[in-house]
Design a binder for this molecule. Structure first.
Ligand SMILES: [Zn+2]
Length: 259
């Protein structure tokens, strides 16, 4: 397929509104998410959120489980990153963090048929059920932010919320098949935090920050504990409520009866 067609398909897939829902937010909200669940997202990331009395969402893929990485050392991983232990998932859930689905095999969804994709999310649900018991994951994050129209249609029926990696504040018409987020990675401009907070407050939006490993010398997709602390502190100080994705969705869908 030539480059023009590929980029057109990508553009149309990203723009396709598979699950637009009118926001009922009467106040701004924020969520912090961690894709792939690197070990340091738990050991360094969670204590930062918890020190502000808030919780995050950890997107788990079986591909990064100790069992799979032992069995398949050729699994595509971020070099130098240590991934979760099963106990990390148990501890995160016990502390009130949300566990979300990131597929079983962490493959790009546009490379999979609906049948394969459905099998992947079902197998991942089974994996998490074996670790946590009767827990149903209702939030989903696309591996590498890659989407297709058919995957968006399928997954937005399977999950309450799907999050992509395209930048933006979610406001007015929430696109629940591909929520936008800001990646806290090595390209993140920390001078923009105050402007992002102002914009979120001005539109009663839902701002989502996503990262991977949280360590002093992070991978290109991760961030330092210092940056995560700075962003969480700024959001908390602004008065924006911080909630895991599934609780934030509850806020966004229902207006209090008194209003
Ligand atoms: Zn991922």
């Amino acid at each position: 397929m030539n480059r023009y067609i590929t980029s057109t398909i990508r553009r149309v897939s990203n723009a396709w509104p598979a699950k637009p829902v009118i926001s009922r937010l009467s106040a701004p909200i924020a969520s912090f998410t961690f894709d792939d669940f690197p070990h340091t997202a738990w050991t360094n990331g969670a204590p930062i959120l918890e020190s502000f009395g808030v919780r995050g969402t950890y997107f788990v893929a079986h591909a990064f489980s100790p069992e799979n990485l032992n069995k398949h050392p050729d699994t595509e991983v971020m070099p130098g990153v240590l991934y979760y232990e099963l106990d990390d998932i148990v501890a995160a859930y016990a502390k009130g963090h949300e566990i979300g689905c990131h597929t079983f095999d962490h493959k790009r969804v546009s490379h999979q048929s609906n049948y394969e994709l459905l099998g992947s999310v079902d197998r991942n649900a089974e994996f998490v059920k074996n670790v946590l018991g009767d827990v149903i994951m209702t939030s989903f994050a696309y591996p590498q932010g890659n989407v297709s129209i058919s995957a968006k249609r399928l997954l937005s029926r399977k999950f309450s919320v799907c999050r992509g990696t395209r930048a933006g504040i979610n406001t007015k018409l929430l696109e629940l098949s591909q929520l936008r987020c800001f990646n806290l990675d090595t390209n993140f401009n920390k001078n923009s935090i105050d402007a992002l907070i102002r914009e979120t407050k001005a539109c009663n939006g839902w701002i989502i920050f996503n990262t991977h490993d949280v360590i002093n010398f992070p991978s290109p997709h991760g961030c330092t504990p210092e940056l995560l602390h700075e962003v969480v502190a700024a959001v908390a100080a602004s008065g924006i409520e911080i909630l895991p994705i599934k609780h934030a969705l509850g806020r966004a869908m229902f207006r209090p009866i008194a209003e």
